[in-house]
Design a protein around this ligand. Structure first.
Ligand code: 5GP
Ligand code: MN
Length: 340
């Protein structure tokens, strides 16, 4: 990760001139989105700025512990305050998303109406242009980007335990506990420096991953044993779940986190999806364990989404049945394989 000297200088100049800062992340916030926002919050607070985290909608219970002592607004619950806060900001930090629309339609509109400076801190491909872009698509997580940014900003390598906890959360969730493809030596170095703050990795790991409700574990079992379709010839699989099925298991936000990855545990399966019926749309998650299968391209081309080469998402406003039918055809057509 190479920061441009000019970008660091520009960011320092901007920080010198601002006080009210909104840190905005993507809809359906995950560990990386919240972790990078919270780490930036504490960094800015220590600089005597007035930061606020704007989180589009409620976050999973197992990651909400990082919000302790953080000034934050859940926009979906209190849109008026979120809108007012953003409008009064001197600077917006756009975190863990490559475009404002990922924060949802309502927040996107509010961001568009502002004229203040905007700085992007992200690791998704094809980012929009902001006043400063700290965008590294080869980075494991936005938290890894934030860590390296703070190193450049402060000259230090070890930070407070609150900052380190937030960054640990994002790195560890976005890398599947350092099991995905972005498992560079640099990631281990970042984790090592985070642990030097005194935080306990095993305890945090437990807090993040071993806090399922019984309903959540039963939903996982049901999804795998009843709702997984496997296409060995095409090296593909998917899980699909209706609103009703989610309700049967008393679904809570975050309960499906990571479920899509179970398809890739199958030997001979390189491409998979999870298709879920939500309130107003069908949500799609795509994963690949073969770098030749670019699910970012697939999601952009067919499902109104995007993300990374090996993990992406998309959506559809068709019925669940129609989406399953279309997606099954795409598997038989091998639409996820590189063409040309
Ligand atoms: P997930 O399947 O976990 O929701 O998302 C996987 C990755 O794809 C995440 O990095 C997420 O940011 C990205 N992603 C998910 N949905 C979308 C989408 O609708 N548009 C774009 N551009 N990226 C998405
Ligand atoms: Mn991320």
């Amino acid at each position: 990760m190479r920061f441009k000297v000019k970008d660091i200088k520009d960011f320092k100049n901007i920080l010198d001139q601002v006080n009210n800062i909104s840190i905005i992340t993507h809809y359906n916030p995950d560990g990386d989105a919240v972790g990078s926002s919270v780490a930036l919050f504490h960094y800015l607070k220590d600089l005597n700025k007035n930061p606020v985290c704007i989180i589009p909608n409620p976050l999973p219970k197992n990651i909400s512990f990082v919000l302790k002592d953080v000034n934050y607004i859940i926009a979906e619950r209190d849109f008026k305050t979120a809108k007012y806060t953003i409008s009064q900001s001197d600077l917006l930090l756009i975190v863990d998303m490559n475009t404002n629309s990922r924060s949802g339609e309502n927040l996107e509109k509010v961001i568009k109406e502002t004229s203040c400076k905007k700085v992007l801190i992200d690791h998704h491909v094809k980012p929009d242009k902001f006043d400063v872009n700290f965008s590294f698509s080869d980075s494991s997580s936005s938290c890894e980007v934030v860590y390296n940014l703070l190193v450049r900003m402060t000259g230090k390598k070890v930070f407070s335990s609150v900052i380190s906890t937030a960054l640990y959360l994002g790195v560890i969730t976005d890398t599947g506990s350092v099991s995905y493809s972005n498992d560079s030596p640099e990631v281990y170095m970042v984790l090592s420096n985070l642990l030097k703050s005194g935080i306990k990795a095993s305890k945090l790991h437990q807090q993040i991953f071993d806090t399922y409700s019984f309903d959540r574990l039963r939903l996982l079992g049901y999804a795998i044993s009843h709702k997984m379709r496997v296409f060995y010839k095409q090296r593909a699989a998917f899980i699909y779940l209706s609103k009703k099925e989610l309700a049967n298991y008393n679904y809570k936000i975050g309960d499906l986190e990571g479920v899509v990855n179970y398809c890739l545990k199958l030997e001979g399966v390189d491409f998979c999806a999870m298709i879920t019926e939500r309130e107003d749309k069908i949500r799609m998650s795509f994963r690949s364990k073969d770098a030749a299968i670019d699910v970012n391209v697939f999601a952009r081309k067919y499902w109104n989404g995007g993300g990374h080469v090996m993990a992406s998402g998309g959506k559809s406003y068709d019925s669940l049945e129609k989406v399953v039918e279309t997606f099954t055809k795409q598997i038989y057509n091998q639409d996820f394989m590189p063409h040309e």
